[in-house]
Design a protein around this ligand. Structure first.
Ligand code: FES
Ligand SMILES: [Fe+2]
Length: 389
């Protein structure tokens, strides 16, 4: 399954290539390899730090099989830890909330917000036991403009090097002056790549979104150049992409200039996060793999703080939520339907349209990492989609 000879057709240039074989979307072995070589090595997006604004605010998640707790310390720093007790391994925190310390429910070992083991009752007779050796295991967490990313690989480059020129390309949006006003989670019965591919091509829009966002006019451009861990497309158009044509919305982000002022960037931050950056806001689609055929989607919506402060914010925000809710449900349905097809013993690779360059790019990016071959340098090729042609 990991022999490069099985994928020569996927490796061809876009208009000569085949799609990934169906087993890439269904096989537990293929999925495990992705977890090991991709999700446990790359920088993974986990949302916005404004989700936990105050010291003691925390949330838990399970990322690619690893239970984590993300917590803001008394010093204001946001940290990620393994959510597993160093005593006998119970999961410590659940859900989200605010806590003075992180207390294990089993025998009440108590960890400070910075992960130090502060109190371990009845351990005074235990020989050679030093609480300093039993703090929560930290996981690398770095932020960019309020967006949090984690990485399990101690040897990975830092987040800044991973992102490359993405902060520069998106600087006009001033993400650092935005706040996330809504998060929605969906559990989907499909492989993570199915959903990412859907998010990165507009070929399906006239069919899947016939009654909704297909009314938005678009001009399809080739993928944007990239010098970082991302790829993307830019669509030139009038009006915000986050509402349906004709609906009233908010003023545009005042700092937009150049291309940003003329349309929308759809950016895939590898491996599995889509940023939609449009004229008046940004939204993200965050895909966390949970199994070969299971994915958790989180949709976040961010607006400039000056927009949120407007008197008409509550009156108009519903237009945005309705647009996202509708199109996302349409994408959820078709993605699960595609997964059902992929499971068939009669499923086989297909071909790609000129409208699907990033489907091809993502597939090749995955193959670069999971196949049995010397690993290529992750940054050298990550932005350009390697063999996209
Ligand atoms: S397992 Fe956590 S205190 Fe015992
Ligand atoms: Fe869609």
């Amino acid at each position: 399954m990991f022999s490069p000879t099985l994928y020569t057709a996927v490796r061809r240039p876009l208009l000569e290539a085949e799609t990934m074989p169906p087993w890439c979307y269904t096989s537990p072995d293929f999925y495990e390899r992705e977890v090991e070589r991709i999700f446990h090595r790359e920088w993974n997006f986990i949302g916005r730090a404004d989700r936990i604004p105050n010291p003691g605010d925390y949330f838990t998640l399970e990322f690619a099989g690893v239970p984590l707790v993300v917590v803001r310390g008394r010093d204001g720093a946001v940290r990620a830890f393994s959510n597993v007790c160093r005593h006998r391994g119970a999961r410590i925190m659940s859900g989200e909330g605010n806590a003075k310390s992180l207390r294990c429910p089993y025998h009440s070992w108590n960890y400070a917000l910075d992960g130090r083991l502060e109190r371990a009752p009845e351990m005074h007779d235990t020989r050679g036991f030093d609480p300093g050796d039993y703090g929560l295991k930290p996981v690398r967490l770095e932020t960019w403009s309020g967006f949090m990313f984690i990485n399990f690989d101690p040897d990975a480059v830092d987040l800044k090097a991973f992102l490359g020129d993405l902060p520069e390309v998106t600087a006009p949006y001033r993400f650092d002056t935005m706040t996330c006003v809504r998060r929605r989670e969906y559990d989907l019965a499909c492989n993570w790549k199915i959903y990412v591919e859907n998010a990165m091509e507009a070929y399906h829009v006239p069919s899947v979104h016939m009654q909704t966002i297909s009314r938005q006019k678009r001009v399809n451009n080739p993928p944007i150049p990239s010098a970082g861990g991302y790829c993307g497309i830019f669509t030139a158009h009038e009006g915000s992409r986050a509402i349906l044509p004709g609906e009233p919305g908010f003023p545009y982000i005042p700092t937009l200039s150049g291309r940003c002022a003329e349309g929308t960037y759809y950016i895939l931050i590898y491996p599995s996060t889509m940023f939609g950056c449009t004229l008046d806001c940004m939204w993200w689609l965050e895909l966390h793999p949970r199994g070969p055929e299971e994915t958790r989607l989180t949709v976040g919506s961010c607006f400039p703080d000056e927009t949120i402060a407007r008197d008409d914010f509550d009156a108009l925000i519903g237009n945005y939520y309705r647009r996202w809710e509708t199109s996302i449900m349409e994408d959820n349905v078709i993605s699960e339907q595609q997964q059902e097809g992929m499971r068939s013993p009669l499923a086989s690779p297909g071909r790609l349209s000129y409208l699907e360059p990033l489907v091809h790019t993502l597939g090749n990016w995955v193959l670069d990492r999971v196949l049995d071959q010397p690993q290529t340098s992750r940054l050298a090729d990550s932005g350009h989609g390697g063999s996209t042609g």
